[in-house]
Write a protein that binds this ligand. Structure first.
Ligand SMILES: [Zn+2]
Length: 576
């Protein structure tokens, strides 16, 4: 492809609403164009990378035995009422919905459990027809509250969604594992460094669920990983083993008040009293749909609000306002005393990190005072115990005790063991060997195609632009003609372009009448894995320059051997 005949414009300006580096670089490289908030067009160049990601997904899912179908995007409300999802999604306000001329209501489907279950229900009657895994790769819609990050969180996006139907839990386990293996091959082929973590199953509901996370410092999710045993979890779900208690084997001291004028925060008290944060007991006041909650945990730890919410069994949970902290506990923020809380109207829950706390420091229940010699068992009336402290780097792994690391990542895929939730609600059953009717046991699977492409950019870029993994690059090779107006350069570049194309290689030819510097900048921004510079002194001496985008290394290659050299380098990048 010659740039002079292509539709491609790189841009210098960073889009005003861009927060993610992939959004910035894909826009600047001319691969995506914003049409409206969370809605993007793919240019010819952008579509090539997008299609490559899609093809890899399709090939591996086919290989794993998935059967491609096409399910309607426009789906009637009645179907979603049957599954019970309409009201739940409507409550979360993430469902795009509309009315037709007859006042019939429809949604633009974000996933297709209902539609696929209906398809299976109308065809499957016997256990002999199962298992089956159906999938599609189609446009999905989400009415995001705050669409952002370009292709990473759009309102319209391309997604692989797969659904397995089995006769029992063992069958589901096999289908789930087949998807898991396919996912691993997909992300490996895409050239991505990823990890698999236990995840919260969110609005879809179900038992086992795992997320595939592409690791990138700019990732929106924090994940906990154990290098020793492979344990991985979303930080929100990570379990931790018991930490060493700083008060181990101490004798109990009497409770005494100490003045701490103007020292409300943990850090201020720690500095003022010359103690460690682990010596303190933190008191956080929350408001929930079931009233006020005081959460107690060690001063050096942070609350994992998902874990706390689950432990309390409440629907809503948020930190109380300053006024409400004072009205609920009688003390201002920073001085709440666990021993001075009213017996009624405030529920006290403590993290296991302070189970045996003695001689700790905490609020005195009045402004400008704390207490020392606090013995939790003796001085406070804790109603509930749970583990809700956030995991930290260095904490012992629950499985093997080795230190955990925390990394950042982008969720690109998930797999769920759904069970019989939808097959029961939508009466999708089969007759077993004994002639009894049973609901199909389902799994549901998803991969964001555009998201995978964006995650690749998040993981592979530098100050100059994108560094595409070979498998997702819009074109693998770029030829840059240093001086297209000069006959010798033009004919050499044209000849190389023809020869590389004839050798079956994917080439983008920058034949524009621009300065070399401009062309190099554009090639680096777009991120072609291999660039061949044709012209200048190198050409006069019978050579071309072959530049590897990954490390900017330059190889001087005789013009006559350029095709072979490029082919060999490409093979190296492809790992062949
Ligand atoms: Zn471990």
């Amino acid at each position: 492809m010659r740039w002079s005949r292509y539709f491609l414009q790189t841009v210098r300006e960073v889009p005003g609403d861009a927060e993610a580096i992939s959004h910035v670089l894909l826009s600047r490289a001319g691969m995506i164009r914003r049409l409206a908030a969370g809605i993007y067009s793919l240019t010819p160049l952008g579509l090539r990378s997008h299609r490559k990601a899609e093809r890899i997904v399709r090939e591996e899912i086919d290989r794993a035995g998935g059967l491609e179908v096409e399910l309607p995007i426009l789906q009637p409300r009645e179907l979603w009422e049957e599954s019970g999802r309409w009201s739940r999604y409507a409550e979360e306000q993430i469902l795009f919905h509309l009315k037709d001329r007859k006042e019939g209501e429809y949604c633009l489907a974000p996933t297709a459990e209902e539609a696929v279950t209906t398809m299976v229900r109308s065809g499957v009657t016997s256990y002999r027809q199962l298992p089956v895994t159906l999938y599609q790769i189609r446009t999905k819609f989400h009415d995001e509250i705050r669409p952002r990050f370009g292709l990473m969180r759009g309102r319209e996006f391309l997604m692989y969604d797969g659904y397995s139907f089995d006769t029992d839990a063992e069958g589901l386990d096999r289908s789930y594992k087949a998807q898991d293996a396919a996912y691993r091959r997909i992300f490996e082929r895409c050239g991505l460094d990823f990890t698999v973590v236990q995840a919260d199953s969110g609005a879809i509901g179900g038992s086992a669920s795992e997320e595939f996370m592409v690791l990138a410092d700019t990732g929106e999710d924090a994940v906990v990983r154990c290098a020793a045993c492979g344990y991985g979890a979303n930080l929100e779900k990570a379990e931790t083993a018991t930490r060493r208690a700083p008060w181990k084997d101490e004798t109990e001291a009497p409770l005494v008040e100490v003045p701490t004028p103007g020292k409300g925060g943990i850090d201020a008290v720690v500095t003022f009293l010359g103690i460690t944060a682990a010596r303190m007991i933190k008191c956080l006041v929350y408001e929930s749909d079931q009233g006020f909650v005081v959460a107690l945990l060690r001063g050096d730890l942070e609350v994992n609000e998902v874990a706390l919410k689950n432990a309390l069994g409440v629907e809503r949970l948020a930190l109380a306002s300053e006024e409400n902290v004072e009205s609920a506990t009688g003390a201002p923020v920073g001085y709440v005393g666990p021993h001075k809380l009213p017996g009624e109207g405030v529920r006290i829950i403590a993290d296991e990190s302070i189970r045996d706390a003695v001689n700790a420091v905490t609020g005195a229940g009045r402004r400008d005072w704390h207490v020392a010699g606090f013995v939790l068992r003796r001085d406070a009336n804790v109603q509930d115990w749970a583990v809700f402290a956030q995991a930290r780097a260095g904490d012992p792994c629950v499985r093997c005790g080795k230190p955990l690391a925390i990394a950042r990542g982008i969720e690109v895929g998930h797999i769920f063991k759904l069970g019989t939730k939808y097959s029961k609600a939508l009466s999708c059953g089969f007759t077993d060997e004994k002639g009894e009717t049973r609901p199909a046991v389902m799994g549901t699977y998803g991969i964001g195609v555009g998201r995978t492409m964006a995650a690749a950019v998040e993981q592979h870029h530098d100050a100059d632009g994108i560094v595409w993994p070979l498998a997702l690059a819009p074109f693998e090779i770029a030829i840059v003609s240093l001086n297209p107006t000069e006959e010798a350069t033009r004919s050499a570049a044209d000849a190389l372009y023809e020869a590389l194309g004839a050798a079956g290689l994917e080439v983008f030819y920058d034949d524009r009448d621009e300065r070399p510097g401009v062309k190099f900048k554009d090639a680096d921004l777009i991120g072609f894995p291999i660039r061949v510079n044709v012209g200048g002194r190198a050409l006069k001496e019978g050579n071309v320059e072959v530049v590897l985008r990954r490390d900017k290394s330059v190889r001087l290659v005789p013009t006559a051997g350029a095709v072979e050299a490029v082919r060999a380098l490409r093979g190296e990048l492809a790992g062949k």
